[in-house]
Design a protein around this ligand. Structure first.
Ligand SMILES: Cc1cc2nc3c(=O)[nH]c(=O)nc-3n(C[C@H](O)[C@H](O)[C@H](O)COP(=O)(O)OP(=O)(O)OC[C@H]3O[C@@H](n4cnc5c(N)ncnc54)[C@H](O)[C@@H]3O)c2cc1C
Length: 452
């Protein structure tokens, strides 16, 4: 069945990336916008569910942050433990608001953003799985074919056909890390680079006291394990096998299980009675696609690879890229120009806004992989600073802002980030190892000439 009246913009994917794009398109223009998702909402998404400050600001702008408050648990107290087990814990009142992570179930968050876009005038088609997308150069329209799944009562199909065709002048690919659209249209040629896993540790079965904790365990380097407390008392546990670990979905699930049951630090934090929901894995496409646009086409969020290669976070980049995509398309329609050149402004925009940060995240992930002692140095340095002043040190603050995605990771190289402090700690450690192993005597022996 074909619905021939074309939309101006078709957005495929109703996660934070697609719904934010649709919301801003409807808010800032008179364009006729449609959003399609294969799922019916509320739907689950495998995720750590940590919503960083940039997304909190956008949610505030949409008028959603206030409404979501009863479902949010803000995390600011917590800490981290380095690969060799040096740990640091921060108390809740000392961190700046920009490092606060809002924990909210994705079923609730994603549905709220989708419905907000709908209220703003977007037509939402749930249960629509794209089977084919192609650009018809004669009509200058995208032809989108869907297979429709029957819904709950009231959502039932109006006719017996399960296939639908829609047309649109522009297309936004927001269909997640595995993006069929980006693969079909050649915007990406490789599969997602990494897999991560998630499970809930049920409230009442664990003894986790903090808001959040990050464990940098050698078995997952340069990735990490996170524990976040949710509003209902559950703990969201994730194993972030960021690029570099080389783990596939079954490996990461098995590792998650093993860490939960056997790792002394994680078991210690959760307690022996901790009960986990089934462990699920999801793909990560990181670092930003080389090309995220074509004529009348933009990719946002995970479809465009907007996940930080060091932290595995992507909700805020999905939302920020949604804002940028909406602006680029609105400008394009206003000028009557949806050429690849005009759409290319989007690529320049996201590169400037957060793309360079991805580059530095990759550099740091590689550095941690080859030299995990760097993280020991960072944690030792944070501990030393915090102990001295009794308040969060500028050093700890800067690192927290960079890791929460508020600042670009390049700032970690700034002198204020106390790189020299880290280096002096590393040199100290090397000296200790050298002397501790009795090699000093050996060196003196070699240097003294006694051997002759
Ligand atoms: C284990 C794990 C933990 C994570 N933890 C965090 C975290 O704590 N904080 C954070 O910021 N990020 C986290 N992320 C990353 C985050 O989940 C993503 O960056 C975010 O979901 C991206 O949003 P999106 O809208 O681009 O894509 P998605 O949220 O994946 O949405 C894509 C949508 O497209 C739809 N779709 C897919 N294919 C089709 C099709 N063919 N037809 C129609 N619809 C389709 C899907 O149903 C889905 O609704 C984590 C990821 C993983 C895997």
């Amino acid at each position: 069945m074909s619905h021939l009246d074309p939309f101006d913009v078709a957005v495929v994917g109703g996660g934070p990336g697609g719904s934010t794009t649709a919301y801003y398109l409807c808010k800032c223009s008179n364009l006729k916008v449609a959003l399609f998702d294969q799922a019916r909402f509320p739907r689950q998404k495998v995720c750590g569910e940590g919503v960083a400050y940039a997304s909190q600001q956008i949610l505030g702008e949409m008028g959603l942050l206030e409404k979501l408050q009863p479902n949010i648990h803000y995390c600011s107290a917590g800490g981290l433990s380095s690969p060799s087990g040096i740990s640091y814990v921060e108390t809740s009142t000392r961190g700046p608001a920009e490092v606060r992570i809002a924990m909210v179930h994705r079923t609730i968050l994603d549905t709220a953003i989708l419905r907000r876009a709908e209220q703003e005038g977007c037509r939402v088609f749930e249960g629509h799985h794209t089977t084919k997308v192609e650009y018809d150069t004669t009509s200058a329209l995208w032809v989108l074919r869907f297979c429709v799944t029957p819904g709950e009562e009231g959502n039932a199909l109006e006719d017996s056909s399960r296939e639908r065709t829609y047309h649109a002048r522009a297309l936004v690919a927001a269909d997640g890390a595995s993006s069929n659209i980006c693969r079909t249209l050649g915007l990406v040629t490789s599969p997602p680079q990494a897999w991560s896993s998630q499970s809930y540790i049920r409230a009442g079965t664990h003894r986790f006291q903090h808001d959040m904790f990050f464990f940098y365990r050698p078995s997952i380097s340069p990735g990490y394990v996170s524990l976040f407390t949710m509003a209902n008392g559950d703990v969201n546990m994730c194993v972030y096998a960021v690029p570099g670990t080389g783990l596939k979905a079954p490996d990461v699930v098995a590792l998650h299980e093993r860490l939960l049951r056997e790792d002394p630090l994680i078991r210690g934090a959760l307690g022996p009675e901790a009960q986990s929901s089934p462990i699920k894995a999801g793909p990560l496409r990181c670092g930003g696609n080389r090309r995220s646009y074509a004529r009348a086409l933009l990719a946002v969020g995970d479809a465009a690879g907007f996940v930080d290669p060091l932290t595995g976070e992507g909700i805020h980049w999905a939302m920020v890229s949604g804002q940028l995509a909406a602006r680029t398309l609105a400008e394009g329609f206003a000028k009557g120009d949806l050429s690849a050149r005009q759409m290319g402004r989007y690529q320049t925009g996201w590169r400037r806004a957060f793309g360079r940060g991805f580059f530095w995240s990759s550099v740091f992930a590689k550095a941690i992989r080859w030299c995990p002692i760097l993280l020991d140095a960072v944690v030792a340095r944070v501990r030393a600073d915090s102990g001295a002043s009794g308040a969060i040190s500028p050093f700890a603050r800067e690192w927290a802002l960079c890791f929460a995605g508020t600042h670009s990771k390049v700032r970690l190289l700034h002198p204020r980030s106390n790189t020299s402090g880290i280096i002096s700690w590393l040199v100290g450690q090397q000296k200790k190892q050298f002397f501790g192993a009795g090699q000093w005597q050996l060196a003196r022996f070699w240097m003294s000439g006694d051997r002759c």
